[in-house]
Design a protein around this ligand. Structure first.
Ligand SMILES: Cc1ncc(COP(=O)(O)O)c(C=O)c1O
Length: 381
């Protein structure tokens, strides 16, 4: 049996068109975009072409986009870049952010900032009213993700952004998981910074981007050359940037088709589980009305997460316990904990995330394999 990859929220296969663009650049364009000779000028043209293309796809100006080394770097650059140089201040974020934001906030706290972690409801959704009432006179920044990577819950970004604008507070959004699933037109969003990464949308690993609204402050974190208008020093990854641009183009263009496909895969899995193990044997975590369709987070009460993951792996099915960073250590997810789920759901949650290459036949097979695993584990008890 061909292995079944259901961990697209962790990382995705590179799209063949992206790989083709990257291969041609890696083999034909080896100049440094900062060099003044013809090779350098060609590289600069490619880099600027990638920037223009992403800006057009996402609705911002090219000078509002900088390339980074990925989502983690974009989050860190936005948070530290927005507030550095201040004598402390107050920052608002949520309890369900990715560690790239949460751990950056912990560091900012050590550097003298106060942090409020706004709670979420049982579906992982934050309320704009709770954000509004957390704002203090010295609040300098709000950071809320567009969609959660573990349960897929989509946040009310427009409403939170409107509150931030009204109160004169900078607003950062981590859109790493949302890109390609939620339409994004940056010029119409009340957002000052937005983080992205290529490897969640069938682009290469190790390249990301940060949108910085014109006029929003940004203190650099890396010092060296004057690349990215002095905002992020270091030779840009030319193949990475061009591959990212192609991936964004494909992701934005194919958004509706992919949404329909993800819906089909999701319902095939859930229908299969209903028929095989029954509705009472599992619990769907997240928000069905406001959720990313390709992320299905399911608890199987009575079967510990690591046991289920190991059994799935033995059957050739790759799923996850939540974020890739925690899946190695199998700690209980901070996202599920913040949703205040009962213990029986907390310690038995599995994230299935679908994407390029998955088929309904695979989903049918996965539901049947889960049924077999559950039966096998029950007879062992
Ligand atoms: C919501 C979110 N933010 C940030 C990141 C970090 O992105 P990267 O892996 O590109 O550093 C991830 C990756 O899982 C994510 O899901």
């Amino acid at each position: 049996m061909r292995p079944i990859y259901l961990d697209h929220a962790a990382s995705t296969p590179v799209h063949p068109e992206v790989a083709a663009v990257m291969l041609s650049i890696m083999t034909e364009q080896y100049g440094n975009a900062s060099s003044v000779h013809a090779f350098g000028r060609a590289a600069k043209k490619t880099l600027n072409g990638a920037r223009d293309s992403i800006a057009a796809s996402l609705g911002c100006a090219p000078d509002e986009w900088i390339f980074t080394g990925g989502g983690t770097e974009s989050d860190n650059l936005a948070l530290f870049g927005a507030v550095s140089g201040r004598e402390g201040g107050h920052i608002i974020t949520t309890a369900i952010e990715h560690h790239a934001v949460l751990h950056a906030c912990e560091q900012l706290e050590k550097e003298g900032f106060q942090i409020t972690y706004v709670p979420v409801d049982g579906t992982g959704r934050v309320s704009p009213e709770d954000i509004a009432s957390a704002i203090r006179d010295n609040t300098v920044l709000i950071s809320v993700m567009m969609a959660n990577n573990e349960v897929g819950t989509i946040q009310p970004i427009r409403e939170i952004g409107a509150v931030a604008r009204e109160r004169g507070v900078l607003f950062h959004v981590d859109a790493v998981q949302a890109l390609g699933s939620i339409p994004i037109k940056l010029s119409e969003l009340p957002v000052d910074y937005m983080s992205f990464t290529a490897h969640k949308i069938n682009g290469p690993q190790g390249i990301g981007g940060l949108y910085i609204r014109r006029g929003a402050p940004l203190h650099p974190r890396l010092f060296g050359g004057l690349q990215e208008r002095g905002r992020r020093a270091g030779t840009e990854s030319l193949a990475g940037a061009a591959g990212f641009a192609k991936a964004v183009e494909l992701a934005v263009r194919g958004l509706e088709g992919r949404h329909a496909e993800a819906l089909k895969l999701r319902s095939t899995l859930l229908d299969g589980l209903d028929a095989g193990i029954g509705k009472d044997a599992y619990h769907l975590n997240g928000n069905s009305g406001h959720g990313l369709t390709h992320i299905v987070n399911i608890s199987f009460p009575g079967v510990q997460t690591d046991v289920m993951l190991m059994n799935l792996d033995m059957e050739g099915i790759a799923a996850s316990s939540g974020s890739a960073c925690t899946s190695g250590s199998l700690e209980i997810s901070h996202v599920l904990k913040a949703m205040a789920l009962p213990d029986k759901y907390l310690d038995s949650a599995i994230r299935f995330s679908s994407g390029l290459g998955n088929t309904t036949e695979e989903m049918e097979l996965v539901s049947r394999k889960i049924e077999t695993i559950m039966k096998r584990l029950r007879t062992k008890d």
